[in-house]
Ligand binder design. Structure first.
Ligand SMILES: [Mg+2]
Ligand SMILES: [Zn+2]
Length: 175
């Protein structure tokens, strides 16, 4: 049976986007992420990360730096919640690949790993490229987290939120 998943962008969603974050000192969790992860876990969703990490291609940090930080992130979440993300997908490239959002390579990889029910899956991101990638992958519901109203309109099933806390409220109202 195919699984429904929540795809989380990392910078600007899981942690505060400070620009090319690669060290623990700079990795500041969005405090609302923990409740949201618990909520979706309780609803039976796979919890996946899809993150563009062009800082690697740009030479700002290495894949090892990224993986170390990922391990730190997972350990912190596990210590609070008892579980972490089911898998973390990242694109280390800048161009010429099939995985940098809005392309769909990371979503296809997730489909190969788990078998994803994209129609009933969710994307949470803070950039237009996240929303476009989700649309390209056939994800039904998209949460656009931004203090600014989206200035693009070609995305279906988009819900604009200014704070992560609004997402659970929105989901519970829909039930
Ligand atoms: Mg982001
Ligand atoms: Zn890539």
């Amino acid at each position: 049976m195919k699984r429904k998943a929540v795809f989380f962008d990392r910078d600007g969603v899981i942690n505060i986007d400070k620009g090319y974050v690669y060290s623990k000192n700079e990795f500041e969790f969005n405090p609302a992420i923990f409740d949201l992860l618990s909520f979706y876990k309780s609803q039976g969703y796979l919890l996946l990360v899809v993150t563009n990490q062009s800082g690697i291609a740009r030479g700002y940090y290495s894949i090892e730096d990224f993986l170390d930080l990922t391990e730190y992130m997972q350990t912190q979440i596990k210590s609070k919640l008892g579980f972490g993300f089911d898998k973390v997908y990242f694109c280390p490239h800048l161009d010429g690949c099939n995985c940098r959002k809005p392309k769909t390579g990371m979503f296809e990889e997730a489909d190969m790993d788990f078998g994803i029910d994209f129609t009933n899956s969710i994307m949470i991101g803070d950039k237009q490229s996240d929303m476009q990638a989700a649309q390209n992958a056939g994800i039904g519901k998209k949460f656009y987290l931004s203090i600014k109203k989206p200035d693009f309109s070609e995305i279906q099933g988009l819900q604009w939120v200014i704070a992560l806390q609004q997402i659970q409220t929105f989901e519970e109202k829909e039930k």
